[in-house]
Design a protein around this ligand. Structure first.
Ligand code: PEP
Ligand code: MG
Length: 585
């Protein structure tokens, strides 16, 4: 039995068998083949090289027409390397001599070339190292793509173990086949983690070395509550976990009884509980869990789970589905939040060095106006069918917001000319998820009708910690006092300008933070649908002065550890059942 400690990202415990999913970015393990399989591996390699070359030629042509010949030259180097027999010949030889898979031979040779460039004294050669890794990823993607399809053929329930998963990979899991997953990389609010919660499957990330240790079909326990993975558990451990699973099942039944109860504090203050969704069908589970509407529709998932941008009509149908399932409840549509970890860099035409600080979210939309307009048109058309609001992500300056609003106006005028019906009073809001937006909340408040605080990114940018990077995961903490001060500023600006403020980051779904958020003045929270009952339980068990006292005390601390411990203790006194079950050790 081996125990791995990682980061818990999606609650629940499951016991099952391992399915190792190769990923284009991992170090490819050395897998040997039989002599009669050599020809097939040569052929796979040739096909992958050809597919990569065709893909690069396309990108080069597009870059040339859109960005000019200079930009296109970058790809000339890439194409030159892939066509160079001094690279491809040693890969073929390695397959033949060492009897290894094409992907292993590719990864070894590319790593040799990258090291060669890295060792050169001339800086211009050193910059080629990234290009080589990029090519390595591209070729491996074509080779390992086969294994990815095998996942869709998975004929029994399994636990996926991978070096890393992209949000779109996780989103394409079949819910009844993949019962949990564990990855070496990743952080608590990475989008892959968010998808796991949406799918309702237990998940642990940041396990660092699990893929090296876990063979296919091994028995494994994924404990998404404590962030633990147990490989080849003994009988006693299995029994303990089976008991725990049953106890939590009973707890969830009790919680589900909350769905129909009103969301009010003991002193009668109403708290609006909304749902975050990634897929239109999830709107149903918002209602089932007792939510008051959708506070965040992460529409980019429609794109990420598709090889192409969804058409305007497909988007319109998706929004219509949400509205129908929610029966009159409001829907906040966040415009495409693509980029960063939500446009996998493999798919991106020109990979960015620092994508979290790059062309993502509203920036990406403003640079891709036809796409942006198609989305806004679909949203406006849907606004004729129910209460729809538009929300722009990652806004950092007022000019950007004004530009986005102008595009919305243009689209509205076009629809008007065409005689298409829509809500002319559609509300426009922004995600407050950068320190810039939080600090300037008063300025933004004059130009929007609502704010939604995206703490996942706000923590990332305020603390300068990549939300997907397991190596700094210990520094990523929503309990940091700097984050609370920013939230407080936004709430205050909202009050002053009569602009409602909600929180839609993952912090809103964590019972430990509910009292603090209420104490900081929030009256609306948007959370993953399955978390609504537990949050409602806390809301119904507290009064506002008690929460304000807690917020004041938290405000006097200067360390996130102290804050986290206090929040946990206070919440435990209010809702001990949520913690009781966690005593399996
Ligand atoms: C956030 O940043 O808090 C948020 C809700 O948006 P996302 O997690 O999709 O970036
Ligand atoms: Mg965000």
């Amino acid at each position: 039995m081996e125990v791995f400690k990682g980061i818990p990202v999606s609650a629940g415990v499951v016991i099952g068998s391992v399915f190792v999913l190769d990923d284009a970015r991992r170090r490819i393990p050395r897998r040997t083949i039989r002599a009669d399989q050599v020809a097939r591996e040569h052929q796979r390699l040739e096909e992958a090289l050809l597919a990569s070359i065709t893909e690069l030629e396309d990108i080069r042509d597009r870059a040339e027409s859109e960005l000019g010949t200079e930009a296109a030259k970058i790809f000339a180097f890439h194409l030159g390397v892939l066509r160079d027999p001094s690279l491809t010949k040693p890969i073929h030889e390695r397959i033949e001599d060492e009897l290894v898979t094409a992907e292993h031979a590719v990864s070894v040779e590319f790593s040799r070339v990258a090291q060669m460039f890295a060792g050169m004294t001339d800086a211009s050669f050193q910059t080629k190292v990234d290009d080589v890794w990029d090519l390595d990823r591209r070729v491996l993607k074509h080779l390992i793509g086969e294994h990815m399809t095998e996942l869709s053929k998975l004929d029994q329930r399994a636990i996926v173990v991978a070096r890393d998963l992209t949000p779109s990979q996780a989103a394409s899991f079949e819910r009844d086949k993949v019962i949990g997953f564990a990855t070496d990389a990743g952080g608590k609010t990475s989008h892959t983690a968010i998808v796991a919660r949406a799918l309702g499957i237990p998940a642990v990330v940041g396990l660092e070395t699990l893929t090296e240790r876990a063979p296919d079909s091994a028995e494994v326990i994924i404990d998404g509550d404590r962030g633990v993975v147990i490989l080849n558990p003994d009988e006693e451990t299995l029994e303990q976990h089976r008991t725990y699973i049953e106890r939590m099942r009973q707890f969830r039944i009790t919680l589900s009884e909350q769905a129909t109860l009103p969301s009010v504090t003991k002193d009668g203050v109403e708290i609006s509980l909304l749902g975050n969704i990634e897929f239109p069908e999830e709107a149903e589970s918002v209602v089932e869990n007792g939510g008051d509407g959708v506070g965040l529709f992460r529409t980019e998932f429609m794109y990420l789970t598709n090889p192409h941008e969804p058409t305007e009509d497909e988007q319109f149908e998706a929004y219509k589905t949400c509205l129908r399932l929610m029966d009159g409840k409001p829907l906040v549509v966040r415009t495409f939040d693509l980029g960063s970890d939500k446009q996998t860099q493999e798919r991106s035409e020109i990979p960015e060095r620092n994508p979290a600080l790059g062309c993502r979210s509203i920036r990406y939309c403003l640079q891709n106006l036809p796409m942006f307009k198609r989305q806004l048109s679909a949203v406006l058309r849907a606004s004729a069918l129910g209460k729809v609001k538009v929300m722009f992500p990652l806004v950092t300056n007022p000019l950007e917001l004004r530009q986005a609003k102008m595009v919305l106006e243009d689209v509205a005028e076009d629809l008007e000319e065409e005689g298409v019906e829509f809500d002319r009073e559609v509300e426009v809001g922004i995600m407050v998820e950068t320190p810039a937006a939080a600090v300037m909340a008063s300025t933004f408040a004059r130009e929007v009708q609502f704010f939604s605080i995206g703490t996942n990114d706000l923590v990332q940018y305020a603390l300068a910690v990549d939300r997907t990077n397991e190596r700094v995961a210990n520094l990523y903490s929503a309990a940091h006092p700097a984050v609370h001060r920013l939230i407080k500023d936004v709430v205050r600006a909202g009050r002053r300008h009569n602009v409602p403020v909600s929180v839609c980051g993952e912090i809103a779904a964590e019972v430990e933070f509910t009292m603090l958020l209420l104490g900081l003045g929030l009256r609306s929270l948007s959370v993953t649908p399955s978390a609504i009952p537990a949050i409602k339980r806390v809301v119904r068990s507290v009064d506002i002065p008690q929460c304000e006292r807690l917020a004041r005390k938290v405000g006097s601390f200067d360390s996130e550890r102290q804050v986290a411990a206090l929040l946990r203790d206070e919440t435990r006194t209010v809702i001990p059942e949520a913690f009781d079950g966690r005593s399996v050790d």
